[in-house]
Design a protein around this ligand. Structure first.
Ligand code: IMP
Length: 178
């Protein structure tokens, strides 16, 4: 896998440090709110696992599945719910946990979908943000790192379902998906 990586953007240690900071901020903001964290599968599973252990308060977890890029590195713009919530979120304080915010199409669709279910509040926590690529407005309250316009893998992020298990976040060599 390493031979396909052009550059390491964030080491496992750097990610861990930032995730702990995010956990402390979210804990301070939601201490008495018993928030429901909704992880967007599959990319957020590693981030979610580390983030919840950095939260020092009661909370619950849920996961949703949305269709993503398939085997390509460009979005199709089509968003489909492939796995729905198993609980009622009405009146709950919801935090949507995402691996990466790119065009914003996925999260903008998901936010509307979740807002229709009348949560008390809803915020986004994304590990990575590629602001240059935005097509629709999305406002994450919590953000790990802003990154340049490059295709990245590792720490849960994939290309064609591979590289999710890399402990760091790296830029994939364009020759891999060209
Ligand atoms: P958006 O709808 O364009 O914001 O894309 C969000 C989804 O696209 C993420 O949840 C990822 O699954 C995928 N994605 C976007 N950029 C990357 C990347 O650089 N590497 C891996 N997946 C990505």
């Amino acid at each position: 896998m390493e031979k396909d990586i052009e550059q390491i953007l964030y080491s496992a240690e750097a990610i861990q440090e930032r995730v702990v900071e995010l956990g402390q901020t979210i804990t301070a903001d939601f201490k008495d709110k018993n928030p429901l964290l909704i992880g967007v599968l599959k990319g957020s599973f590693v981030f979610m696992a580390d983030l919840v252990r950095a939260l020092d308060m009661p909370c619950q977890l849920e996961f949703m599945g949305v269709s993503s890029y398939g085997n390509k590195s460009e979005t199709t713009g089509a968003v489909k719910i492939t796995r729905d919530l198993e609980c009622d979120i009405e009146g709950r304080h919801v935090i949507v946990i995402e691996d990466i915010l790119d065009s914003g199409l996925t999260l903008s669709y998901l936010m509307k979908y979740l807002q229709n279910r009348r949560p008390a509040s809803i915020e986004i926590c994304t590990l990575l943000d590629k602001p240059e690529r935005r097509q629709v407005e999305v406002h994450p309250r919590y953000k790990g790192f802003a990154i340049p316009d490059a295709f990245v893998v590792g720490y849960g992020l994939d290309f064609a379902e591979s590289y999710r298990n890399l402990p760091y976040i790296g830029v994939l060599k364009p020759s891999v998906y060209a």
